[in-house]
Every structure is written in C-alpha cells, then in structure tokens.
Design a protein around this ligand. Structure first.
Ligand SMILES: Nc1ncnc2c1ncn2[C@@H]1O[C@H](COP(=O)(O)OP(=O)(O)OP(=O)(O)O)[C@@H](O)[C@H]1O
Ligand SMILES: [Mg+2]
Length: 254
C-alpha cells in the first residue's frame, strides 16, 4: 500500500485486504507495518505491543537482516494473519540506515527468508517518501494506491505513479501497479462524485471497480483491534473490501 499523501486509507486497506485474503481457506498472510505511527499494528492487535518488544525497527537497526523477520512476526486478531509490528522508534532506524550500503534492499533481503511461509505479504507504507517507503517499494511485486475521492488527492496520483516508475527503473524492475483504490467516497457529495468520475476518465493506470465508501464502522474498528471486515462484516466498508479482494485475486492470477 503506497501513497505518500497521508490519511488516504493505506492502513485501513492493508489490514482489511489482509484479513479478507486470510479468510481464504488455507491461505496465510503477513502484514508488515513500515510506519512509525504503528497504526496497522494497533488496528490488528487487541493489546498494544509491550515496551521493548522487538518490532520491524530491529530489522533496520541490526544490520543483520537474515532470518530475523520470522522472529519478529506475531499473530493478530485475525486467524491466518501475522504482523511484523512497528513502533515510533522505527523513525530513528530510518536515520541509522541512511548511510548504509544496500539501504534500499533491507526489507527485500529479509523477505527472502520468509516468503515460503506466507501466501500473501502486505506492506503498509508510511505517508512519506523516505527510506522506509522506498524499502517497501523495492520489496513489492505489486502496488495498490489508495486514493481519497477528492480532487487534490486525485491530482496527486500522477506523482505517485512517477515515483513508482522511478523505483522500477532503478531498483525493482518487477514492480507493477495493481490499481488505484478510491476511498472515503460519500455518495451525497457532489465533489466526491465528480472526483471519482475524473479519476476514472483520466487515470493512466487501472482504477479498481471497488470503491470504499465513507463508513463510520471503518473508523470505529481500529479501536477494537480488529479490521472492519470482522468488526462489522455487513457494513458497506466490509462489502467494498470483499469486492477489492476479488479484484486483487483476479489480477494476480490467483
Ligand atoms: N471508509 C472510511 N470511512 C471513514 N473513515 C475512514 C475510512 N477509511 C479510513 N478511515 C479513517 O481515516 C483515517 C485515515 O485512514 P488510514 O489510517 O487508513 O489512512 P492512511 O493512509 O494509512 O494514513 P497515514 O498516511 O497517516 O498512514 C483513519 O482515522 C481511519 O479510521
Ligand atoms: Mg497508515
């Protein structure tokens, strides 16, 4: 999940797509929280991680990436989904690796030791263009771009696509944009309706058919430590994530 704009629904999409994929029989999902805000971590754990508990920060701080992701992953409130949690001190680690050789490949290398254990790995990027997001993009096969159905958010998508193209040319030739996921759509807002029409007409990349409506259930769920698809399975938001998951599976050929 990548969009350097903040508050567009990256984390909400990461935890709910993850939960839907984990609901497929026999599939195992790993969520990686690459954001020092640790919102994904809080959204899928009933109790906050204890002080000093290892987090994804250890991966970046240690300098030895081999095999450590397995030790960092913990079970979430969703059956079949684990998370590599984050904490605020991840932002210190981002500075620590700034001068290290291979700093863009830390996550990609670490993932090699764990991919066989999971069917899907979802990376929740922070709202920035720093080394953490870059590590996420260098490690990813596909990018989902959550985007608010607001004019300025939609105009920002061009920059997001340019950044991904730049990563493709420099570090990760395999990376593909899976699509833009329109979020926080309010059917009674003329501005939202026009923005979605503009997006569908002008996007240079695929826009998912699924649209995440504004839904108070989606706002409530994180404080219960469960994704909205488990908290309110009949909600409009949960239904949108069901549709998104079907599209993602179809596009990934699964
Ligand atoms: N469909 C929705 N309806 C209403 N509120 C929503 C919806 N989806 C997300 N939110 C709320 O909007 C806020 C931002 O969502 P989220 O944290 O998923 O965005 P983000 O892109 O990950 O943010 P950041 O850039 O800070 O990491 C959160 O408070 C979340 O609960
Ligand atoms: Mg987030």
């Amino acid at each position: 999940m990548f969009n350097h704009k903040g508050g567009v629904g990256k984390t909400t999409t990461a935890v709910n797509l993850g939960a839907c994929l984990a609901g497929t029989p026999g599939k195992r999902v790993l969520l990686i929280d690459l954001d020092p805000q640790a919102n994904a971590t809080r959204a899928v754990l009933k109790k906050d991680p204890t002080e000093g508990q290892p987090t994804v920060r250890n991966l970046f701080a240690s300098g030895k990436t081999e095999s450590s992701l397995t030790k960092l992953a913990v079970a979430t409130s969703v059956r079949g989904m684990d998370i590599v949690p984050s904490d605020l001190r991840l932002s210190e680690a981002e500075f620590q690796i700034a001068s290290r050789r291979g700093r863009e490949h830390v996550l990609r290398e670490a993932l090699q030791t764990i991919t066989a254990q999971y069917d899907y790995i979802i990376i929740d990027c922070p709202p920035s263009l720093g080394l953490l997001s870059l590590n996420g993009l260098v490690a990813a096969e596909y990018v989902v771009i959550p985007c608010e159905t607001q004019y300025l958010s939609i105009r920002g998508i061009r920059q997001v696509i340019e950044i991904i193209q730049c990563v493709r040319e420099t570090f990760n030739p395999q990376i593909q944009i899976l699509g833009v996921f329109p979020t926080k759509y309010f059917i009674l807002s003329k501005a939202n309706i026009e923005a979605l029409q503009y997006l569908r007409a002008n996007a240079k990349v695929r826009v998912f058919d699924a649209v995440l409506p504004r839904d108070v259930r989606a706002e409530e769920a994180p404080s219960h430590g469960v994704p909205v698809v488990a908290y309110a399975p009949d909600s409009r938001a949960a239904r949108a994530f069901g549709l998104l998951t079907s599209e993602v599976l179809r596009l990934c050929g699964d």
